[in-house]
Design a protein. Structure first.
Length: 255
């Protein structure tokens, strides 16, 4: 297992070097993109929703920090194994290394974004370092629950070549039906009763614990949903791996 993690880390470092070799800012462009999103959308949507710019910008920054990881990781996961097919042509490196590489790379981008986010939060909102570390621990634990889901998508994309397009469209749809740019308090009870079936709704709720002092009763149902998602996806992953290994997945890789 440690050998696979080491190989995945080396692949990620090589990717980061390539980014900086081809561009002066390298992976920092992704952080700049996040910053532009917040600066452009913050004042605009604060005006539309009649909210205070400071409060809304904080709300939006937290959500977009998480959303960028989620959308990039999920979409990139569909091509994790296929993009490393050249390594499989020399030796069967297994299914785990490509998936770990995608996860580690997106975690690096998340950490990079988090550093910039933390600096801004300390300057403009006077947040303590302890609160920001608490926030990072929560967001890190939440990202771990995505790993089995990302690996499932990688395996399904190996067999179904159009699966990546399906996931890309679902991800985009999820952005609009999740409380990322809008607040759950802005919709009716009827709409909210439907939206609670959106898993991302519960992720975003847990994410706000350090900043909004939510009680356990307010987040207990969301915690239950996330634990259920993680256990279910992990069990599905085990079943899928067993079936794919029996089918000799290398044949699918070079079709």
């Amino acid at each position: 297992m440690f050998k696979k993690i080491n190989i995945s880390t080396i692949l990620v470092i090589n990717d980061i070097k390539i980014y900086f070799r081809e561009s002066y800012l390298g992976t920092l462009w992704q952080s700049l993109f996040l910053l532009v999103q917040v600066l452009a959308m913050g004042p605009l949507f604060a005006s539309i929703f009649s909210a205070k710019i400071g409060n809304y910008t904080l709300f939006l920054s937290i959500n977009l920090l998480f959303w960028n990881f989620f959308s990039n990781y999920i979409n990139q996961s569909t091509g994790s194994i296929i993009q490393l097919r050249h390594l499989f042509s020399n030796k069967d490196i297994g299914l785990l290394i490509p998936c770990l590489k995608t996860y580690f790379f997106n975690m690096f981008i998340l950490f990079q974004n988090f550093i910039i986010f933390s600096i801004l939060m300390i300057i403009f909102y006077d947040f303590t370092l302890a609160k920001l570390i608490y926030f990072f621990v929560i967001i890190f634990l939440l990202t771990l629950t995505f790993f089995p889901i990302g690996m499932i998508f990688s395996l399904l994309s190996l067999r179904f070549k159009d699966f990546s397009f399906l996931i890309s469209n679902i991800t985009l749809f999820t952005f609009f039906v999740s409380p990322i740019i809008w607040n759950e308090n802005q919709v009716s009870e009827k709409v909210l009763s439907v939206l609670i079936y959106n898993p991302l709704f519960h992720y975003l709720k847990i994410l706000k614990i350090p900043f909004y002092d939510l009680s356990f009763n307010e987040i207990s149902y969301s915690l239950y949903i996330l634990v259920t998602i993680f256990i279910t996806s992990f069990l599905l992953l085990i079943i899928l791996i067993k079936k794919i290994i029996k089918k000799n997945y290398l044949n699918w890789l070079f079709i």
